[in-house]
Design a protein around this ligand. Structure first.
Ligand SMILES: Cc1cc2nc3c(=O)[nH]c(=O)nc-3n(C[C@H](O)[C@H](O)[C@H](O)COP(=O)(O)OP(=O)(O)OC[C@H]3O[C@@H](n4cnc5c(N)ncnc54)[C@H](O)[C@@H]3O)c2cc1C
Length: 469
């Protein structure tokens, strides 16, 4: 089953680019045709239109997370504390600013290339939906103030409630630079733009193995791509590489979408495309669509033993009832609006909550980008710049940036990772349910819940931003 976005975008196997048949050569072979792969190709072409690029995609471009996400186009300002943990603060500021600039650039890219991806620059509300979440942003905003950065507006509770269409959003701060998109239409548009620049795209062409000879070879069922450089941007599927397997946790995120109800949204006061998330670790995220639905998602879904990404990260959501419950709790005024559809998808959660870029075996011709951690719609465009610089061998602010690093934190080995991960998720569910009920979770639950890797937003009292000089 395709996500609602893919269906709405009209993505059809009939329109697939031909699969690779026979052997071929390319200057650069990109494995993975999601946003990260497509942006990397486009950034490379911007810098050198003569480069011969082949993208190898196991399904259709955008059929991974890029065609199924919530459509929030966010910066890294909410992750500034995490950036500061491994970057000097001026570099953290530069990267966060670049990620904020990327939001507007995506809007302009769509406009300039005739891509109708429903881009709406109506901002992001970081909200609290229980008393215990109120002030989750305080430590971060204080740190940002010290750096004289003011990406967030502090809203009065009354404004939060009025603009978000529900009193359950009881407090919050607002980032005006954020935007929303129809995710699959953005992926399709990037694919069209890449094809227009003579990027070769082989769809329904899975890489079976990567031969690490010189030059490297990408082996697919009916042909081999021999390339000067290979760029691996396979999201969770990159765990097929043993050296990357422990750098992320594969975890599902799930989305439900209501029937269209534009008049009801208008009556509730949620009149623009503003995105909203609450301050949970297992975050709820919600926004209106162009046709007046609410798309409502929740993080912290299915884990898999050994980080294997099978079909269980595809198709309908196994948690649709639970997520519908969160939606009805936050929006009791829409209790009669039916859920029309739901789906699931995989997230590549890194320990820091930020992506990382590097070289397989330390080789300049085998590059990768991974770990967007549920915040990739905007940041993959920055990732494309980083990977383009690495692939071109350029010595610049992208190839030398703080996200290109060898010291990526590793998750524990199995079975500790899987068993521990499930315990941490269960503790967070318990903690957040009790907090919704106005109750205080016990110290053991809080301690266990606090072991979760950094999420979309810092967790109050657990992930307070630290600035490195
Ligand atoms: C339900 C959900 C909600 C989300 N919500 C948001 C949000 O609101 N905002 C936000 O910023 N981020 C969100 N994200 C995260 C965001 O979608 C990702 O960070 C982003 O799409 C990552 O892009 P990518 O190109 O790295 O991955 P993908 O789009 O997954 O691309 C990887 C590609 O590699 C291909 N591939 C895999 N194995 C092979 C192989 N062997 N050979 C060839 N190709 C292969 C896959 O088919 C896939 O197309 C969400 C993710 C999910 C799942």
């Amino acid at each position: 089953m395709l996500s609602h976005w893919l269906t709405e975008a009209g993505l059809s196997p009939d329109d697939a680019q031909p699969a690779l048949e026979g052997d071929t050569r390319a200057d650069i072979c990109i494995v993975g045709g999601g946003y990260a792969g497509l942006w990397t190709a486009l950034r490379l072409k911007e810098r050198d239109p003569s480069i011969d690029i082949a993208i190898v995609e196991k399904g259709l471009c955008g059929s991974g997370a890029s065609g199924r996400n919530g459509g929030f186009v966010l910066s890294w300002w909410a992750k500034f504390g995490s950036l500061c943990k491994f970057c000097p603060s001026d570099e953290a500021v530069r990267l966060a600013r670049a990620s904020a600039d990327a939001v507007g650039e995506i809007g302009r890219f769509c406009a300039d290339n005739g891509i109708d991806a429903h881009f709406r620059g109506d901002g992001w509300l970081w909200a609290a939906t229980s008393e215990s979440q109120v002030g989750s942003w305080t430590a971060l905003l204080d740190t940002l103030e010290r750096h004289q950065e003011h990406p967030f507006e502090r809203w009065e509770p009354e404004t939060v409630q009025r603009r978000s269409g529900s009193a359950r959003n009881m407090a919050g701060v607002f980032e005006p630079t954020a935007a929303s998109v129809q995710p699959a239409m953005l992926a399709q548009g990037l694919r069209r733009a890449a094809l227009a620049k003579d990027v070769r795209i082989y769809e329904r062409t899975p890489m079976m193995s990567l031969h690490r000879g010189r030059p490297p070879k990408v082996v697919t069922p009916r042909g081999i791509v021999t390339a000067e450089k290979v760029v691996v941007v396979m999201n969770t599927w990159a765990t097929m590489f043993p050296e990357l397997r422990r750098t992320i946790v594969v975890v599902a995120s799930d989305v439900v979408a209501t029937q269209p109800m534009p008049e009801r949204l208008a009556a509730a006061g949620w009149t623009d495309g503003m995105c909203i998330s609450d301050s949970r670790t297992l975050v709820n995220y919600y926004r209106p669509t162009m046709d007046g639905r609410i798309a409502f998602g929740t993080g912290g879904g299915r884990l898999s033993f050994g980080n294997r990404v099978g079909e269980r990260y595809d198709g309908p959501s196994p948690r649709a009832r639970e997520i519908e419950g969160f939606f009805r709790h936050i929006y009791p005024g829409f209790s009669d609006v039916p859920i029309a559809t739901h789906w699931t998808g995989p997230i590549d959660r890194s320990l820091s909550g930020l992506p990382f870029f590097g070289r397989l075996d330390g080789r300049d011709d085998l590059l990768y980008g991974l770990g967007f951690s549920g915040n990739g719609v905007g940041p993959t465009s920055v990732g494309g710049r980083i990977l383009a610089s690495l692939a071109l061998g350029a010595k610049d602010e992208w190839s030398a940036c703080g996200l290109v690093r060898d010291d990526v934190g590793l998750f524990p080995r199995e079975p500790v990772r899987y068993v521990g991960g499930r315990m941490v998720i269960a503790a967070n569910r318990r903690k957040e349910r009790l907090e919704d009920e106005g109750r205080t979770p016990g110290p053991l639950t809080v301690r266990l819940a606090g072991l979760a890797p950094a999420g979309l937003v810092p967790v109050k009292g657990v992930d307070a931003p630290a600035a490195k000089a």
